[in-house]
Design a binder for this molecule. Sequence first.
Ligand code: NI
Length: 213
Amino acid sequence: MNTRNLLIALIAALAALLVWLAFFWEPVGPRPVARVQSHAPLQLATAPTGGDFALQGGQGPVRLADYRGKAVLLYFGYTYCPDVCPTSLSLLAQALSGFSADELARIQPIFISVDPERDTPARLAEYGPFFHPSIIGVTGSPEEVARVAAQYGASYARQPANADGQYAVDHSSATYVIDPRGILVDTLPHGTPPARIIEAVRPLLAAPATPPR
Ligand code: NI
């Protein structure tokens, strides 16, 4: 591991710690951290086909069609996830750090919450940037989220709540790679290393962001 990779790993670890502090650590009251329940990564429900969608972000509606000309990286999860989502988003953030500023301007990572009951657009607006400033978080009604998940073959299942009313949501953990035309071109499994994410995205950035006049 060279110095740069070590630095990236340290930054990712620090980011994960900050996320934990911001979203899970509650200094007031007798609420142990153990109330944040782990979950099982599920298999994909169906073969993903992709397609457009419209959901709500912290700054208003977010449509996949808004990002024509950019490569989009799509991930389904929830902010109370203690392990699977932070791991995926840390790997994604490390990959994003490997792109140039010009490349980053043509990449849009989107985190879709499958837990709209707890993940408000405002909470999601804070969550993504803890990992990388370019990650936006969106959600919608349970029906809207279910529809988008079905398009991409993502699966999720809410688990029974514990005595504190807290619950885990099992979910699949793939990252979907969508090209600048809005077409799903790759599905990266959970734990895909940053270098492999970069390999999947970089070729999509070769075309000009906007058609020549
Ligand atoms: Ni998760």
